[in-house]
Design a protein around this ligand. Sequence first.
Ligand SMILES: C[S@@+](CC[C@H](N)C(=O)[O-])C[C@H]1O[C@@H](n2cnc3c(N)ncnc32)[C@H](O)[C@@H]1O
Ligand code: SF4
Length: 337
Amino acid sequence: MLVVDQLNRPLHDLRISVTDRCNFRCPYCMPKEAFGAGYSFLRDPQLMTLAELTRIVRAFRALGVEKVRLTGGEPLLRADLPEFIRVLKHELGVPDVALTTNGWLLEKFAPALRAAGLDRLNVSVDSLVDTTAGKLNGLGFSVARVLRGIDTAAELGLPIKINCVVQRGVNDGELLALCDYFRAHGHALRFIEFMDVGNTNHWSPDRVVPAKEIVARINARWPLEPVGPAYRGEVAARYRYRDGHGEIGLISSVTEPFCRDCRRARLSADGKLYTCLFASLGWDVLGSLRAGTDDMELKNLLSGLWHRRLDRYSDERATRPATSEAQTKVEMSYIGG
Ligand SMILES: C[S@@+](CC[C@H](N)C(=O)[O-])C[C@H]1O[C@@H](n2cnc3c(N)ncnc32)[C@H](O)[C@@H]1O
Ligand code: SF4
C-alpha cells in the first residue's frame, strides 16, 4: 500500500535515530556547553528496543518504505546495531540499508556491519587537519583514526560517501584538499550547507557557504559537469569530475531547498515520528505501541500521519519570522541527521 502526503509526496525513506548520545561534540550539532554533564539524554526504557524497532519498520515497509538510514547521535554507540541491520536486511527485506557515522568506532565495527548486510555508509569528515578536525569534533580528536576506519570499511567492499559540513572561515579553506584526498581514495564527497537545525548551534547565515560557490571553487581547479539525480527525491545535486576521477554532491538545504521532493520520515531515538527535520513536534509511535496498538492499527496510524503531512520548512525559511520560544526545534542528534 503506497501513501502520499498533501503535496503528493510518497513515503519512501525512513531515517532512524537509534540513540541521541554521541562520542563527539561537534559545535554545529551538539555543542559542549549545551550537551555537557547537565544534559538529560534518553535512558534505556525510553529508547526503542530491537523488537519495537522491528515492528515499526515492518509497518513502514508495508507503506512503501524502501530505504532505511540509521543515524543519531552516533549509531555505532548502540551495541545491537549489527543485529538490527541483519533484521532489516534479512527479516524485513529492506532493499537499501545505510548508516551515517562519525567514523570514530568504524575500524572496530566495519566487519560486523558488513557481515550483517549493510549496503552503504556515510562517514563525516569535516577537515583533514587535526587542529580544525579537533575543534569540529569538539574534543580535540585526531582525524587519523576516522580515516583508518574508512579504509577498513572500503577494504571490506562497503560503498562509502563522505559527509562534510562546510562553514565559512572554519573549514571552507580546505575544500580542494578534501577533494584531492577523497578523489585519490575513490570516495564521493557530499558537501552539506551549514543548517539551522536545533537551537544551540549558533547558526548564522554568514557561516553558510552556498552550494553554488562550493561548485565554482572546485570547478576552477578540477572542471565539473552536472549529473542527473540517480532517483526521484535524491537530495544531493551531483557533479562528476570531467577527468573521470569520481564525483561530488551538494546538499543545499539552505540556499536551494528541496522540500517539494522530500519523501523522508524520521523516527527519533524515543520513537516519535517527525515528518520534517525542522519540526518541533513528533507523534509518539512508541507510546502507542506500548499502549497495545496492534500491527494493523500501527500501519493505519502511520499512513494517516503521512497522509496529513504538509511540511516544507526549508522552502518557507526565508519568509518565516524568527523562531520563537514556542516554536523551539528539536535537536539533530535526537531526531537523526
Ligand atoms: C547528526 S549526524 C549523526 C550521525 C553521525 N554522528 C555523524 O556525525 O555522521 C548526521 C549528519 O548531520 C550532519 N550535521 C550535523 N549538524 C549539522 C548542521 N548544523 N548542518 C548541516 N549538517 C549537520 C553531520 O555532519 C552528519 O554528517
Ligand atoms: S554531527 Fe554526528 S558526530 Fe557530530 S555531534 Fe552530531 S551526532 Fe555527534
